[in-house]
Design a protein around this ligand. Structure first.
Ligand SMILES: Cc1cc2nc3c(=O)[nH]c(=O)nc-3n(C[C@H](O)[C@H](O)[C@H](O)COP(=O)(O)OP(=O)(O)OC[C@H]3O[C@@H](n4cnc5c(N)ncnc54)[C@H](O)[C@@H]3O)c2cc1C
Length: 465
């Protein structure tokens, strides 16, 4: 048993101090201040898993009404935090809603207006005619070819845009610190640099277990109140007891849950981002767009987050005079994590090890340069490359599993978890307390079982970036 922890038994252990684990711990302690809660993470601080490697954008434009609601309410909560806490106003501000601009081929241009009319909750977005996009520096709306010498049919022309206003950037380190500090203030204990290697039913005398596997005799699942998770084992051989465990370990969650027979239905895939600078980037950063975002630079609209018809994305980083690029494809990238905390007792994740500098020229730029040819010039500088994991659920919506014996899973971010994290933290708290419905920020109720696997009731998400 660890001697350096405050207790030898906790009401709740949370594995993972990423966006989901942090929001879960925060909402749980807010609602139940008497609980003893321990959050454990293999990294040395909060938000240093995929959260720290992410593009950290927020939007409430999704095709699924569940995703829309979860994101819309989380964004509203983050905005509310900025109103309440001066230190969250930056720099960098917790939220900077400078907008998303989708550059649309014909089919999407025709479909989006229908979607906007029917979207509930209301989506703050407008269709942008091509004429209004002509000032976008270097834009070639109708590329003649993919690249010099290629005779395949050309890329689809851009016929207009969709500008999302309640969209922009979040500062993940600011959000992670806020949740950690507030949870800590309310009594949650954090333990970093500590890897969880396995979860077990050990130590509860009433549970009959197979030797040497430790697996409980199966019939006990039907004995009311008998089965209860009990122990959290660390990679250094120590352990702590817990009456409930919330696994919020991102892409690595399966490694702890599968040995217990708990499925997540999620597939982790590596995702890479690149930062670039140079004249083509400068021109975009200096663009005074004709669009009207929520957050301006002293009244001046800035270049929004750009999404090309190929799925390539460009995020303006105004202060560093860079653009982050990514998102083209995960084609033929193996599913699964390279790291295995259950096997190794440690989590050797490093976001820079996911860098793939060669992929910038071979995979990403060919999806950008047809529409922004200046990005193909030799004066574009690749500054850096890094990555983490998207944990994809089958439909692109989060997954929340609650086992009767005190094991919970929250995951399936599908590349858009930070923007929904606050809502999901509230759902986890409701599931833990045995309530059917959670109250999202602003008061709207949401039955968390819609995101479960047994009673899942969601429509497929079609806008995954
Ligand atoms: C390239 C990229 C771009 C992205 N862009 C966006 C975006 O624009 N907007 C957005 O909202 N989301 C984005 N995401 C997704 C976002 O990063 C996730 O949704 C978010 O991190 C929440 O996921 P999480 O908390 O489940 O996982 P993580 O952030 O990965 O947190 C899991 C934590 O668990 C810890 N952990 C795991 N296993 C163990 C163990 N056994 N023992 C101890 N600790 C453990 C890890 O160290 C980690 O800190 C992006 C992700 C990537 C990779």
């Amino acid at each position: 048993m660890s001697t350096s922890l405050r207790r030898s038994r906790y009401d709740v252990a949370v594995v993972g101090a990423g966006a989901f684990g942090l929001a879960s711990a925060y909402h749980l302690i807010e609602e139940r201040p008497e609980l003893s809660i321990l959050v454990v993470d293999a990294r040395s601080g909060p938000g240093e898993g995929s959260m720290g490697a992410s593009n950290a954008m927020v939007r409430d434009i999704f095709s699924s009404s569940d995703n829309r609601l979860l994101a819309n309410r989380s964004i509203a909560f983050y905005r509310h935090l900025m109103d309440e806490h001066e230190e969250l106003r930056g720099p960098p501000p917790l939220l900077d809603l400078y907008g998303y601009l989708w550059l649309l081929p014909e089919q999407a241009w025709n479909e989006f207006p229908r979607f906007l009319r029917s979207a509930e909750p209301f989506v703050d977005a407008e269709m942008v005619p091509l004429e209004a996009l002509r000032s976008l520096p270097g834009l070639a709306p109708a590329p003649p070819r993919w690249y010099e010498g290629d005779d395949a049919p050309p890329p689809e022309p851009i016929v207009g845009g969709l500008f999302g206003r309640n969209c922009g950037a979040v500062a993940p380190e600011v959000l992670a610190r806020f949740y950690r500090d507030e949870a800590q203030r309310l009594g949650v204990e954090f333990r970093f640099d500590t890897c969880v290697q396995r979860l077990s039913f050990e130590g509860r005398e009433e549970i009959l277990r197979h030797e040497p596997s430790g697996r409980p005799f199966a019939f006990q699942e039907h004995v009311p109140g008998r089965l209860r998770i009990s122990r959290v084992h660390f990679g250094d051989g120590r352990a702590v007891d817990a009456d409930a465990v919330i696994v919020a370990g991102g892409a690595w969650s399966e490694k702890l849950l599968h040995p217990l027979g708990v499925g997540t239905a999620c597939s982790p895939r590596p995702e890479t981002l690149y930062s670039a600078s140079g004249p083509a980037v400068e021109e975009l950063l200096d663009w005074t767009s004709p669009l009207n975002p929520i957050d301006t630079d002293h009244g001046r609209p800035r270049c929004p987050f750009l999404i090309l018809p190929t799925g390539a994305i460009l995020k303006p980083i105004f202060r560093e005079r860079q653009m982050w690029l990514g998102g083209a494809s995960s084609l033929a990238r193996p599913i699964g994590t390279r790291e295995d905390p259950a096997r190794d007792g440690r989590l050797d994740y490093s976001m820079s090890a996911f860098g793939d500098r060669a992929g910038f020229a071979t995979d990403l730029l060919p999806a950008v340069t047809p529409y922004l040819p200046r990005f193909g010039r030799s004066d574009l500088r690749l500054e850096n490359s890094w990555g983490g994991y998207y944990s994809h659920s089958p439909e692109g919506l989060p997954v929340l599993v609650a086992e009767a014996y005190g094991v919970f899973f929250i995951g399936g971010d599908s590349g858009s978890g930070i923007m929904k994290a606050d809502s999901l933290g509230r759902l986890v708290a409701a599931a833990y307390e045995g309530r059917r419905e959670a109250r999202l920020f602003g008061g709207r109720s949401y039955p968390w079982e819609r995101l479960s696997l047994r009673r899942r009731s969601v429509e497929e998400e079609r806008i995954i970036l």
